[in-house]
Write a protein that binds this ligand. Structure first.
Ligand SMILES: [Mg+2]
Length: 181
């Protein structure tokens, strides 16, 4: 018996977009060499996530690139990303239908962004109240597919039995140039 469904976010709850992450960094800092350093640092983080299932944060990316970030930089970075963060139009109906069947809805995202950014996105998309629990790997030491990442997500939706949980995602690995969100 299925009691919970846990979803990936990027490419699963958001329609897949092919993007160039370097452009987000350029929007954030304006300076091409600095953007290139941030892009390189982010790629290294995503490789670590993929190969060692160790998570990373935006702060780490900036530190690795040797750039002291400002609120303005972060705002410009997330503003660049915004068109690529829109919820799939079918998601609200799907979450509602799962709840009607007594099935919990969770989210487990490999992400370097802070929880606050993801929560604002779910509020904007009017779906925050339909999510029973969420884990953003920027807050834990591990990334999918490490078992501890999935255990954290099960705890977030308060489910004891993994056998009653389905995970829905768009892929299980990534390349060095495409974020694994
Ligand atoms: Mg994904």
């Amino acid at each position: 018996m299925i009691t919970s469904v846990i979803f990936d976010w990027g490419g699963t709850l958001t329609p897949w977009h092919t993007i160039e992450p370097l452009e987000a960094w350029l929007a954030a800092v304006g300076d091409p060499p600095a953007a290139a350093r941030l892009h390189e640092a982010e790629n290294a983080m995503w490789l670590r996530c993929r190969d060692e299932q160790r998570s990373a944060t935006l702060d780490e990316v900036f530190a690795q690139a040797g750039i002291a970030h400002t609120e303005q930089m972060l705002a410009a970075f997330h503003a660049w990303w915004e068109p690529h963060t829109m919820l799939d139009p079918d998601a609200i109906g799907l979450f509602t239908a799962l709840h009607e069947r007594g099935i919990k809805v969770g989210v487990l995202s490999n992400t370097i962004w802070p929880r606050s950014v993801h929560e604002q996105i779910f509020v904007r998309d009017e779906v925050a109240h339909l999510i029973d629990g969420a884990v953003y790997t920027s807050e834990i030491p591990w990334t999918k597919p490490h078992p501890e990442a999935f255990r954290s997500a099960l705890a977030a939706v308060e489910v004891d039995d993994p056998a009653g949980t389905v995970f829905v995602g768009d892929r299980c690995s990534t390349t060095s140039t495409v974020p694994l969100r």
